[in-house]
Structure formats: C-alpha cells, structure tokens
Design a protein around this ligand. Structure first.
Ligand SMILES: [Zn+2]
Length: 265
C-alpha cells in the first residue's frame, strides 16, 4: 500500500478504535446534564404556525397495537389529558416511551403555513446515562418507508456560517379503501450537542466517543428533525426546509450555544 493511501487508513482505524473503546467503557465518565437546545418550539416561526403534539399511551383505547395516538394541544380542553378516556398524555409515542431510556426528552409539533403546507417537527434529547438517538435511516425504514436518496443541504442563516442539514427523500404506499396511494416525503435533520453541531450520525458518534475518552464526559445530544410531503419529482420542497430551519434555528438553541455560534463569525 502506498504511504499516501496508508495514512488515512490508519487514521480511520484509530478513530474507529477510539469510538469502540469509548462506547464500551464508562469508567470515570462524568454525566453532563446541560444540553445545547431548549426543549420547546416557538408558537410561530415566521409564516409557520405551530401546534404541539401529545400522545396517549393507553393500550386499550388510543394506542392499541402501538398506533400513534397523537392530539394537538391547542384542540384539547386540558393540555395533558386525553379527550378519549382521560388518560395522562405524553410528549412521545407509546413505542418511544417503552423503547428509549427514561431520561430521554421529547418535543413534537406540527407547523402549517397559509398555503396549507404542514411540517412535522421534533426534538429528541438523549439522556446522559445512555445514548438514545438512533440512526434516522433505521427508524424511517422501520416505519415502512423506502429511502430514495440522501444528501446534505446548506441552509444559509443570517449572522453565521450556513447550517448543514441532512435530507432523506422517502416514499411509501398507503393501502386505503380506494386502493394503493403513493406518498412521497422528505426528512431533514441535524444534531446538536452541548457545544457542537453536525448533520452526520458518524461525526456525532465520534464526538460522543471523543468527549467520553478525552474529556471524561457524557454529553446529551439533541436530534432535531423536520419532515413533510413532497412531489414525486423535483426539489420544490427544499424551500420549506430552508424557510423553516432558517427561522427556527436560533430559537431552539440555549443562550449559551447561540452566543457561541454567532460569536464565531
Ligand atoms: Zn387516550
């Protein structure tokens, strides 16, 4: 092997070993509770009007067979009580509650604009004891989507460098009484740690490992996602991602994270 080829190979092996070591060893690792995001979406983001979602977990009534039983908070008489049976409502679905560590936090909302376009948005904040963020690709497939393609999109944001978000184009077929109905969707996401951000799952895994080994610290990472419907062809949907992410970006960060990223300019 030539030297020029060998060097990046060694670097890769080193980084992979570091990651493996860090994920299996937790000796002397301090838990850092401070996230880089505030777990709240604003009521309005430019032209987009938001409505938080809450979920009923009652397996006999609403969440039968792990059905997603979601309610819009603004439609509810009591913001935490299910209108169909009086159960307590949660910020995540029944499946998420049962599968993810108890200290995982969620906020989920839907945003609509005057043209009737709807975006589903969520922030999942990993607990500090165990990382609870999975590869989005795996979850999307698990929900029955076909992943058509995947790429990075630069979102220009005033006052700082563009934010890199990862976009996945999905498709699926819904069985309805009228027959099969195709659905084309998009799913855009990025990750925010206490002091870092990236749209790459692997870069996030690396920083997670780095902080554990070098800083002896377990950080809480947040996973911010925006999804919606797209046409079968074309990239018109990207304008919705740009419009929403540009405006929501500064709003979901903590004061400390925001002042750090904007000061770097
Ligand atoms: Zn219910």
């Amino acid at each position: 092997m030539e030297k020029s080829l060998f060097k990046p190979f060694i670097t890769l092996i080193f980084l992979m070993s570091l990651t493996m070591y860090a994920l299996t060893s937790s000796v002397g690792v301090k838990l850092n509770q401070i996230p880089g995001v505030s777990m709240d979406f604003p009521n309005q983001v430019g032209d987009w009007v938001g409505n938080d979602l809450k979920f009923c977990h009652n397996p006999d009534t609403c969440a039968k067979g792990y059905k997603d039983a979601a309610y819009y908070v603004r439609d509810l008489v009591f913001p935490d009580i299910c209108p169909n049976g009086g159960d307590r409502l949660y910020n995540c679905s029944r499946a998420e509650k049962e599968q993810l560590p108890a200290d995982t936090e969620f906020v989920k909302s839907a945003f609509t604009n005057a043209a009737g376009m709807r975006l589903h948005t969520s922030i999942v904040l990993s607990g500090s004891a165990r990382d609870s963020i999975h590869r989005p690709q795996r979850c999307l497939k698990g929900q029955g989507n076909t992943l058509e393609s995947e790429y990075s999109l630069e979102v220009p944001i005033a006052g700082r460098d563009p934010l890199d978000v990862r976009v996945i184009k999905t498709s699926r077929v819904f069985q309805t009484e009228e027959g099969e109905v195709p659905y084309y969707g998009f799913y855009a996401y990025w990750f925010v740690g206490q002091t870092r951000e990236t749209s790459s799952h692997y870069v996030r895994m690396f920083w997670l490992a780095w902080d554990r080994v070098i800083n002896s610290e377990a950080n809480r990472w947040a996973y911010i996602a925006v999804s919606g419907k797209r046409e079968a062809e074309g990239t018109d949907f990207e304008e919705h991602i740009l419009s929403f992410v540009q405006q929501v970006y500064p709003e979901v960060l903590t004061d400390a994270f925001r002042s750090r990223v904007y000061a770097q300019q």
